[in-house]
Design a protein around this ligand. Structure first.
Ligand SMILES: [Zn+2]
Length: 490
């Protein structure tokens, strides 16, 4: 099977082909940096980070650009409220965004251009659009004339009249048609402003992305990504002005990720905003990343009962951590120090014989990822592989008998797990030593294990078995190891 990717523009999955063989240019719309990042801001980065990891694994050289919108109405307003400058606020919130990315193991972004550093490119683009008759200057503003572009509406598959009715376009005397959108806005006194052929002003949002993506990737990108909420008007407008400018297709693939489902939008006015910083006070960054990848990227992510969901996923992760501890006891090595292949060319899994216990998991994982990056399916495969590894260790009594061949086989399986987990960006570092609930759980488990051992010592095997069976019903497995008893979930 070969990679197929869903393209919003054609509304179907298509074979993945790039402009330059072996290379991928990927542009994902970034944040407007006026407030701290909430969880919704991390959905796109985590998904496209995983897309990049998989494309890299598949042999592509991927360049990924995420822009920073550091001039905007919201920024101007918020800076005024806080008695600070737009520049200072933007810098502070960009630092917050970068910190959140790091915590969620989003490591693949190659370049983060700022809008304010690309004003020249935007002006050049607008001038050419005016010269070609697609845009017009009016009262210090510049507008794109949607009626001059016969393709307008093709990304959303809607006709312009319908789109116009569906949006609350600002009625302005400066516009020729209600659906026309601003590429340049004249500035009011005290607002950030740049010189232009149309007077002092600042760029609109859509033109930033067109100018920056074409600067770094040329006229045609391979992947243009963003959240589903950006499809209209942002991406439709980007597409219109870019293709009118270059007469070339703007993006080979338009990819849109689903949004957090809170039973409505996450918004300050609704009081349901979950900032990344606050989430990380209660839950691990790994469980957040796991949550964002456990659903197909085009579907909404159930976030209504997010605390409950994160707690559930935390327990699923806990069973991986238990296995990593078990692995260390058996082999003496940390799972986290395993250096697994990051490309298919170097893959351990690829070299395994067909009959290998672990090869099937690798194949199924690839099938899911090649089917439009189905991370939800891929996550499920990791979990199946974990169960297989535990079963193998149980059946072969690897911990007590320590047969070299079995240890070797277990190591191979763990290496495959590491190789696949890396593609999803999971298990990048050992979880921090936990306190609170986990200490209580550990203490209780030790108590039950001691009681069981005492029962067995006094030959009360029925009680010993009862403890083991009742724990099994709760989803906890006791493991008899050389000289001691341990436990794991599952
Ligand atoms: Zn954009």
């Amino acid at each position: 099977m070969a990679l197929r990717v869903y393209n919003t523009l054609t509304r179907q999955k298509e074979p993945f082909q790039t402009v330059r063989p072996g290379q991928v240019g990927m542009y994902v719309c970034g944040p407007t940096v006026y407030k701290p990042s909430h969880v919704g801001h991390m959905v796109g980065p985590v998904i496209f980070d995983t897309v990049k990891r998989f494309l890299t694994y598949s042999g592509y050289k991927v360049t990924w650009v995420v822009n920073i919108t550091d001039v905007d109405d919201k920024l101007i307003e918020r800076a005024k409220e806080q008695g600070t400058t737009v520049k200072e606020l933007a810098e502070k919130m960009t630092a917050d965004y970068l910190d959140c990315l790091r915590k969620l193991d989003v490591i693949g972004i190659d370049l983060m251009p700022k809008a304010t550093e690309h004003i020249g490119e935007m002006i050049e683009m607008m001038q050419r659009l005016i010269d070609k008759g697609y845009a017009y200057a009016s009262g210090g503003d510049v507008y794109f004339d949607v009626t001059r572009d016969p393709d307008y509406g093709k990304l959303c598959n809607r006709d312009p009249a319908e789109m116009e009715a569906g949006t609350r376009n600002e009625v302005s005397e400066k516009k020729r048609n209600p659906g026309d959108f601003a590429m340049w806005k004249s500035s009011k006194p005290g607002e950030p402003a740049w010189d232009s052929p149309w007077g002092r002003g600042r760029p609109g949002w859509h033109i930033e992305c067109s100018a920056m993506s074409m600067k770094y990737f040329g006229h045609t990108l391979d992947i243009h990504g963003g959240g589903l909420d950006l499809k209209f008007p942002h991406h439709e407008n980007e597409l219109a002005q870019s293709e009118s400018y270059s007469d070339q297709p703007f993006a080979r693939f338009w990819m849109h990720n689903g949004l957090l489902d809170m039973g409505g939008k996450m918004a300050g006015s609704k009081g349901n905003v979950v900032n990344v910083v606050d989430l990380l006070k209660e839950f691990s960054a790994e469980s957040a990343r796991y949550l964002l990848l456990a659903t197909h990227y085009r579907s909404p992510i159930d976030f209504l009962d997010w605390k409950q969901r994160l707690a559930e996923l935390g327990r699923a992760l806990e069973s991986f951590y238990r296995f990593f501890e078990r692995y260390q006891r058996i082999t003496g090595d940390s799972f986290y120090s395993l250096v697994a292949a990051t490309t298919l060319t170097d893959s351990t899994a690829k070299t395994l014989p067909e009959a290998s216990l672990w090869r099937g998991a690798w194949q199924t994982f690839l099938e899911h990822m090649e089917d439009d990056f189905n991370t939800g399916g891929a996550v499920a495969v990791l979990y199946e592989l974990l169960n297989k590894l535990n079963r193998f260790a149980d059946d072969k009594k690897v911990e007590t008998e320590k047969k070299p061949d079995d240890i070797k086989e277990l190591k191979t399986g763990a290496m495959v797990l590491r190789e696949l987990a890396q593609i999803l960006g999971l298990f990048w570092e050992a979880p921090a030593k936990k306190g609170g609930d986990n200490q209580v759980v550990d203490g209780l488990m030790k108590l039950l294990i001691d009681l069981r051992n005492e029962a067995r010592k006094s030959k009360n095997y029925a009680l010993g078995d009862q403890i083991r069976n009742r724990l099994k019903e709760l989803g906890i497995t006791l493991e008899d190891r050389a000289g001691e008893t341990g436990w794991r979930l599952g």
